[in-house]
Design a protein around this ligand. Sequence first.
Ligand code: DC
Length: 229
Amino acid sequence: MKKITIAIDGFSSSGKSTMAKQLAKEIGYVYVDSGAMYRAATLYAMRHGMTNTDTGVDTEALIEALPQIDISFVRTPEETQHTILNGEDVEKEIRGMEVSSWVSPVAVIPEVRRYLVKLQQQYGKDKGIVMDGRDIGTTVFPDAEMKVFVNASPEIRAKRRYDELIEKGTPSDFESVLANIKERDHIDSTRKESPLRKADDAFVLDNDHLTREEQMQVLIKLFREKTHG
Ligand code: DC
């Protein structure tokens, strides 16, 4: 069967990573989390004194350091994927609050985006890949055979994120989680370089009222159409 490229984009906490991971597993494709790459570059900047609460990100220094930032992925024996930054497993650290608070200003730097997009395109050169992010169907793989744009209301996404935090034992209140989601939506969709936008040829998956199984059925059906049709 011919291998295709699958691009999954959507707002934060829309459940797209879980969906992309599960789909890749089901069809035997490679999964790449492009957000993890922006997070790893952010961690590099933080560790090298390029982030400062008063002055922001030292854009010039970061651009100069880009060739020294090597990002890859490994599969653990538990079948999960970990992000490797210059040989070190940074999976846990890149998910923390500190990286989360610096990643938006790093992800708006055009040179950073160009560097990571090139890496992402290399991962996808042999097809057989599912990549999720914000600009995969529009910028990274504009020719992807299957594009999905995941939509869910801010309230539903905030509820999911809130439940996740509570489950992890992190004290939270729903209103601030919702405010944070709305703020990130705004930053992601209004930035100049590669804003989050539905590709014209993307299939819109509205998942407010779908269970995980129902979502997977929709994706598998679409995948079959694209590979057999
Ligand atoms: O999906 P995530 O929350 O792990 O993404 C982290 C950040 O990276 C988020 O602020 C948006 C940004 N990002 C991006 O600009 N482009 C992508 N393709 C993926 C993520």
